[in-house]
Structure formats: C-alpha cells, structure tokens
Design a protein around this ligand. Structure first.
Ligand SMILES: [Zn+2]
Length: 397
C-alpha cells in the first residue's frame, strides 16, 4: 500500500508536469487522508515527503542541466519513477518508517532486532555510522529474496586534523597508488584479486548468455541478472573497502587534501558488460572509484581535488625528462637512469603537477633525495596494503 500511495501521488505530479501545471498541493490532502487509515499517518506523511524530495531533486537537476552544469555521472534527467519493477510490472515492496516509530534493540547475546508496529525482526549486517537515528527505508529485493533496510543517522561533521597532502593515482592493476607528503614510501592497494574474480564471473555470464541465446531467444533471465549483480557488488565492496582504508590512513597521517589524477579523454563507462572482451574496460570503473573516494573523504572531513593527469605518466618525476622506457610495471628514465614503479611515477607526478611551477625544482630535488642523501629507492616502490583479510598477503603488486 506504500507503493500504491507513492504511485498515486507520483502519477498526479507526472500528469501535471507534462501538462505544464505542476503544483505541490494537488491531491496531497486527499491521498494523505485516504492512506493514513491504511498505513498510518506517520508513514503516509513520510512517503509523500519522499516524493516531494524526489521532485525537488528532479527540478534542481533540470536547472543544472539548463546551465550545462550536470554532475558527470548523470547522463539523463527524468521525472521520478513509480515504485514498480520495470520488467515484471510488479509494485516494489517498500516503505518508510519515521524516526520516532521504530527502535533497534540489542539482545544479551549481541543479536540485533528491529522493533516496529508490534513486530520484532532480526537484523544482520553492521551499521557504518552511529548517531541520532533518522528514518528507516525498508524494501524487498526480488532477486535475492530478502528484505533490506536503509537507516539515516545524523552525525557531526568531522574535521581533518592535519594539513598534509596526499597524491593518488587510480588504476586497474593498482586500484589506488598514493604518496602522502613527508612519507618515505608510497602505498598501493592491488586490484589483482578483484580482476581475477571479475574474469571468473564474466566468463560465467558469457556462458549463461550463450545458453540464453539458444533457448530463450536472447532474453535476460533471473540467473543472469543475479550474476551481474554479484559481479557489481563484489567490485563495489572491494573498492569501498580499499577507499575506506586509504581515507582512514590519510586521517591518521594528518592529511587534509587528497589530489587525484583525472585522465583526459577517459573511455566512457557503460557498465552493462555485454561484451566479454570489454572486461577490463568495464572493470576499470574509474569514475566509481573516484566518486567513492570523494564521498568517503568528505565523510571524514577531507577534501578531494582533481588534477589533470595528462602528463603524469609521460615524464620522469626526478629529472623531468620525457625519454623513458616501460618494462612491465616498471618505469626507467633514459636520462637520469632512475627506475620506479609505474603507478608510483604517476602518483609522484600528480604531486608535481599540483604544485606551483616555482616550487617544482626544489620538489624534484627533494624526490631525488639530494637533501636526504642518495636516491630514495624506498619511494620508488610502494608498500602493498591489503584490502581484505581473507586475501593472502602479497609482497609484490
Ligand atoms: Zn629521470
């Protein structure tokens, strides 16, 4: 019935919008009075409010679009949709519980329960944030046949304690390679364990697709959608964990600003995964990684600044020469003869690019170790940090 209310109010608004007579009031009072008897006044109010937000956000995006200022991850702006599965036509089982209408209890054994409307439901999973509880959104996932809840919490805005800078290169082989100002060595999170899993799942997807082609006229299946979902979830989970660990490290080291290299002319990212040979292309969901980095850093009170990456891997960070050779993951300068790990070269160059030209010379000599005595070999090779405990310790990227 929550979905019915949403769809009804949304229908009125869509009609009005397309006929160019949109109003916030139309139908609201009537629908509220009708539905408060069925789903309770608090939930009816929450759903109408959520629909308000959805429309407000739509209008805001339209304004941005007209000024050509849409965020890069948004391609199309369309009015809020109905709570309905587009393939099956079934209503989405979803509702919103107001912040004062539920509670989360912990049993003596540490198990957690959601208590509302005379129900007590066991919950699993860890809360990422702690603070004053906000509303709870509950929905049923048809693909996994399970119920999920999103809870909003109010937290105080954190502030960075230090004023250091960190420089980040994002890639597929090394998910994150970073150099934190003042450190002896760069760090990296490997992307290889993720790539392996991605290949494996993609093979399964391709196999299943070819079966579907023969028996189901090329149509999708639940199994196929599930495989896509698993692949995407694993990718996101891995990226989230790596990004989280990195931001925590930055916080510990007193970083305030994270500079991240943005490749120019980056291939567009369609993550539908139709072609197997496009795996790496899909895998390297660069935008997603940077977006996560931005959001996570902001959550911890750090800033993220993009740096044009155009020249960051085509120059030697130590002497500035553009003559070099690449051997596998290694970079060797033909002028000064220094060797370094390729992703570290990018991270160091991002550091140099984000600096004022007048400071470049002294920064380069610092990198060369002229002041500390001798070339900093340590810096040229990153420490590999582990993303997940279950993955074996790695000594080389
Ligand atoms: Zn050089």
């Amino acid at each position: 019935m929550s979905a019915v209310l949403w769809n009804k109010i949304n229908y009125i608004r869509r009609q009005a919008f397309f006929e160019d007579r949109f109003s916030w009031e139309e139908g609201v009072k009537e629908l509220y009075n009708e539905f408060k008897q069925i789903i309770g006044s608090a939930t009816a109010q929450q759903i109408i409010r959520k629909n308000d937000f959805a429309w407000k956000s739509f209008f805001k995006l339209k304004r941005l679009q007209s000024k050509n200022k849409l965020p890069s991850n948004i391609k199309r702006v369309s009015p809020p949709r109905n709570w309905k599965d587009r393939e099956t036509g079934k209503r989405k089982l979803m509702t919103i519980i107001r912040r004062d209408c539920y509670r989360i209890e912990k049993s003596s054994k540490g198990k957690k329960y959601l208590v509302f409307k005379g129900m007590r439901i066991r919950i699993t999973g860890k809360a990422k944030w702690h603070g004053k509880q906000g509303q709870l959104e509950i929905f049923y996932d048809d693909l996994t046949k399970s119920w999920h809840a999103y809870q909003t919490v109010e937290v105080e805005k954190p502030r960075a304690k230090g004023d250091k800078k960190a420089f980040v290169d994002v890639g597929a082989i090394c998910l994150i390679t970073a150099y934190i100002e003042g450190e002896r060595q760069a760090i990296a999170f490997s992307g290889r364990p993720l790539l392996a899993g991605w290949w494996y799942l993609s093979k399964n997807i391709a196999k299943h697709q070819s079966v579907l082609k023969r028996v189901n006229d090329g149509h999708s299946s639940k199994r196929l959608r599930k495989l896509y979902r698993i692949r995407q979830r694993r990718f996101r989970h891995y990226v989230n964990t790596a990004v989280h660990k990195f931001v925590e490290l930055c916080l510990k080291k007193g970083v305030k600003t994270i500079f991240v290299g943005v490749p120019k002319g980056l291939r567009e990212n369609n993550d539908k995964g139709k072609r197997v040979n496009a795996i790496v292309h899909n895998f390297f969901s660069y935008r997603h990684i940077v977006e996560r980095l931005k959001i996570t850093a902001e959550n911890f009170g750090l800033k993220v600044k993009p740096v044009d990456e155009r020249n960051t891997s085509s120059r030697c960070p130590y002497c500035g020469s553009a003559k070099f050779v690449r051997r596998g993951r290694l970079f060797k300068c033909l002028k000064c003869g220094r060797e370094a790990y390729r992703d570290v070269v990018s991270a160091l160059n991002i550091a140099l690019v984000s600096m004022k030209p007048s400071k470049l010379g002294s920064a380069r000599s610092r990198l060369r170790g002229a002041e500390g005595g001798g070339f900093n070999w340590m810096l040229a090779h990153p420490v590999l940090l582990r993303v997940e405990k279950s993955l074996e310790a790695q000594t080389s990227p």
